[in-house]
Every structure is written in C-alpha cells, then in structure tokens.
Write a new protein. Structure first.
Length: 355
C-alpha cells in the first residue's frame, strides 16, 4: 500500500512496521518521504492500525512526527501495539476510536550463537526497552521504572484506560476499524477476542513465512520453465534464419556470376568476364558496363590463333612451367606457335582454384 498524505491531510499507516514477509505495512523511509512531500507545516491526521513490527522503524517514525512542524493528530483506528504504540506517542492529539486497543511490552529478538552472543542481545534489548519506557514516561508523566515492570508483564489498554493514564488524549465515539492482520497469539496477554480472531483468520507467523517462501520459490520455478522453452525455440529459429540466409546468398552469387559470364557483352571477352565474376565483388550491372566498354583489340588478342587456325595454350603453359624451349647459345631457337592469351588466363585461374 503506497504511503502518502492525502489532500485531506490523512496519513494512513496500516500493517507491519518496517519491511516484512507479507508486504503489507509501512517503513520509516516511506513515512519520511510522505511527510516531506506534504510539507513540514501541513497539519496531518495519522490513522494508525498496526500490531507492531521493528522498534528502530517505530522510533524513526516517532521522531519524524515529533519533528513535523504542523499539528499531528494520531488516531488509533483499531490497534497500536508494540512498536506501533511508540508511533502513537508522537501525536499532539492521540485519539482512540471506540473499541481500539493499545499495547506496550518489552522488545524481543531471536539470537543464535554463544553465551556471549546472547549476552550482547540482552544488552541491546535492555537498552531498547529503556528507550521505549522513556518515551512513554515523557508522554504520560508516569514513573519510568513502573512502566518497565508493566512492559515486562505486557500491558493492554482500552481507549478509556489509555486516556486515564495519559497514553491517549481522548477516546472517540466512532467505531474502530477492523484490526490489523497479525498473529496476536505471539503476545503473552493479548485479549481473547484478538487471539480468537487470529485463529479464525489464520493469522499465523509460521504459516505466513511458509506461504511467503513457497510463493517466492514458485514464480522462480515458473520463470525457469518459461525461459528454457523459448531458448530452444529461438535456437531453432536462428538456425532456420541462418540456413535461409546462406541459401539466399548462394543463389544470389550464382545469379551474379551467370549474369556476368553469360551476357552478350562477355562474348569475345571471356577472360575479363571470368575475372570480374570470380575475382571481384562488383555488381553484375557494373561488370556488364565494364565488359561493354572493353576495346575490340582486347577481344581480338584473346582470340588470336596460329596460322593453321589452331591454338596451343595448354602446351605453351606446360613448356613455360618446365622452362622448356628457351634459347641456347650457338643454337637457333624454334619459333613458338601462336596461342590464345584468354585460354592461358583461364588455365591459370583453374589451377589456382584446384590448388
């Protein structure tokens, strides 16, 4: 539940004091932010309905309300117990609605460890109890030591009793709201109607912890299940996209090569066409333009033949690689036959591809 001061000046503090498993309550940080947003001089009515919580949050909220410059009225709608009773003490006016209750007691904490650890916890709890008793004494003008004794025994007060002892300034006639959800069975002397209510409503600390833990674990399990399945589906989809892209790329490459080597402009220019198709990445349109602009002399050179009309490119290439047919001093060299330079280039490219 968001904590804020309404336009009417109401600050509703219902539920657990501090962070908790149930996520129903309020923290000191939230109250401080709400007061800051409302403005320090704003008169406010704090509607309180809490069975308690953490002492440090309760004391922090108490101090924040005491420091507030506007008039503060604390209205106990149903219950102000434990640390919530400390918050109630901050009101300039402290109103107990009809049927509302207030409870004060010693603070408690769970400790695990050595005797020294437990002694340290005891020291801390004694100091917290003395601090709380001091606040009650300042407001009620009662003896602090006497209050400490009643806190150890756990003291429950009705609206009229709270007024009589100074814990409240008035008891309202308006009917109290429903009591805040809490396991009142954890208190030593809780009124039987609250014990019965907690049992009827199944307000159990142990059950709440179990449900909270189960509720927290279940969504994590669901999240894992829901993330694993899409991952497999995504992998399949990615593989399919890659395969389609690869097939498309191959198809485009084949189409480009065919467009260059099979075009009319490539006739008589086979070597140049193959070079453009296999050795460059230019588009088919650009390659065709280059082929069209090629000189006819280049085409004639590529198609040269010997006087007999034949070509001997392969034999020439073999002789060149073997260094055969070179001139020897004192001997007359044989005149080489004419050949097609285009075929020579094609043979070399084919050899490179096969290597």
């Amino acid at each position: 539940m968001p904590v804020s001061v309404s336009p009417e000046g109401e600050l509703v503090l219902y539920g657990f004091v501090g962070d908790n498993l149930w996520d129903e309550g309020f923290t000191a940080r939230e109250v401080l932010d709400a007061l800051a947003e409302a403005g320090r001089g704003t008169d406010i009515v704090v509607r309180l309905n809490s069975a308690g919580g953490y002492v440090d949050d309760g004391v922090a909220i108490y101090n924040a309300l005491v420091a507030h410059k506007g008039h503060v009225t604390v209205q106990v709608d149903a219950i102000a117990a434990s640390s919530a009773s400390i918050i109630a003490m901050a009101g300039d006016d402290r109103v107990m609605l009809s049927g509302a209750l207030m409870m004060i007691h010693d603070p408690s904490r769970a400790t695990m460890g050595t005797a020294a650890d437990h002694e340290k916890s005891k020291s801390i709890l004694d100091k917290l109890a003395a601090l709380m008793a001091g606040i009650y004494a300042d407001v009620t003008a009662e003896d602090e030591e006497g209050l400490r004794i009643e806190m150890r025994d756990e003291l429950w007060l009705t609206g009229e009793e709270a007024v009589a002892r100074g814990f409240a300034t008035s008891a309202g006639t308006a009917k109290a709201k429903a009591f805040a959800a809490f396991d009142y069975r954890t208190y030593a002397h809780a009124p039987q109607r609250l014990v019965a209510l907690a049992k009827k409503k199944r307000w159990s600390l142990e059950e709440a912890r179990t449900e909270a833990a189960a509720g927290a674990a279940h969504p994590r399990k669901q999240e894992i299940e829901m993330t694993e399945k899409p991952k497999a589906e995504d992998d399949a989809a990615v593989a399919k996209i890659k395969a389609e892209a690869s097939a498309s790329a191959r198809s485009e490459a084949h189409a480009r090569i065919k467009a260059i080597t099979a075009c009319d402009e490539a006739k008589g220019r086979a070597a140049l066409a193959e070079h453009l198709a296999f050795e460059t990445e230019m588009s088919a349109d650009d390659a065709v333009k280059i082929l069209a602009a090629a000189s006819k002399e280049t085409a004639a050179t590529e198609n040269e033949t010997d006087v007999t009309g034949g070509t001997d490119a392969q034999a020439y290439e073999q002789r060149r690689m073997a260094a055969a047919g070179q001139g020897v001093p004192g001997q007359r060299s044989e005149k080489p036959k004419a050949f097609s330079s285009g075929e020579i280039y094609a043979l070399r490219r084919r050899a490179l591809k096969e290597a």
